[in-house]
Design a protein around this ligand. Structure first.
Ligand code: 3NM
Length: 207
């Protein structure tokens, strides 16, 4: 299980329509055909869709992931997990507790964001399939992102948890992705590096 998760985290693309200048369906199609290994539907923040519009976009993105056989993870929306038959759910520290989610979804992938040692110590790490650790570098994409953790924190997290699937997030680009993997992360997750790329296939390849 853990090995398969780690492989899925290798190039983990996250986005919602609010992150895209063009059509999100086209953007995901290009990214999936170029080789992303997982996708998270994160329809959140200023300009994001809600209700039926969110559901409709989710259905289209879900179907692309099915076609390319990559995990489709929903960000913090329990109802959409069932409605879209998602493979998993990603939550933050302020969202519903992971223990409750594990009871609701015993067989889904559950990911949790962690941004410092306090959160790690107080999180039920043994209940999650992976952690999203960051922001590893400065990011403008998430307005309420926490303090930058740097590569050092990824190294220390890996030392503390030798087997935990870890994906790094925040400010990851084609230029710094290798350093993140060298620090011990199983993979990189990114929004703007692909959602805002002029050449999506090239960006995915270079990540
Ligand atoms: N979560 P980009 S940083 C969604 O630190 C998100 O938990 C973060 O966007 C965290 O790849 C972030 O464009 C935004 O920097 C990542």
């Amino acid at each position: 299980m853990s090995l398969a998760i780690k492989q899925s985290l290798r190039k983990y693309f996250i986005m919602g329509s609010q992150n895209c200048d063009g059509d999100p369906v086209q953007i995901l199609e290009s990214a999936a055909s170029a080789g992303i290994t997982a996708f998270q539907f994160r329809e959140k923040g200023v300009g994001s869709l809600t209700g039926d519009e969110k559901l409709e976009l989710g259905k289209q993105l879900r179907s692309i992931c099915r076609h390319y056989k990559i995990p489709f993870i929903v960000n913090d929306d329990i109802e959409l997990v069932d409605a879209l038959d998602a493979d998993g759910l990603h939550v933050g520290q302020e969202d519903q507790s992971v223990e409750e989610l594990r009871k609701l979804f015993p067989n889904k992938i559950i990911g949790l964001s962690v941004s410092n040692n306090f959160e790690v110590t107080n999180s039920p790490i043994s209940w999650v399939d992976y952690v999203g650790a960051g922001p590893v570098f400065a990011t403008k994409t998430k307005e309420d992102s926490k303090a930058v953790v740097g590569l050092e924190w990824i190294i220390s997290l890996r030392e503390q948890f030798p087997n935990l699937p870890i994906v790094a997030i925040g400010g990851i680009s084609t230029k710094n992705a290798a350093s993140v993997l060298n620090a011990g992360a199983d993979g990189v997750s990114f929004i703007s590096a692909v959602a805002k790329a002029n050449d999506i296939k090239k960006a995915v390849n270079n990540l």
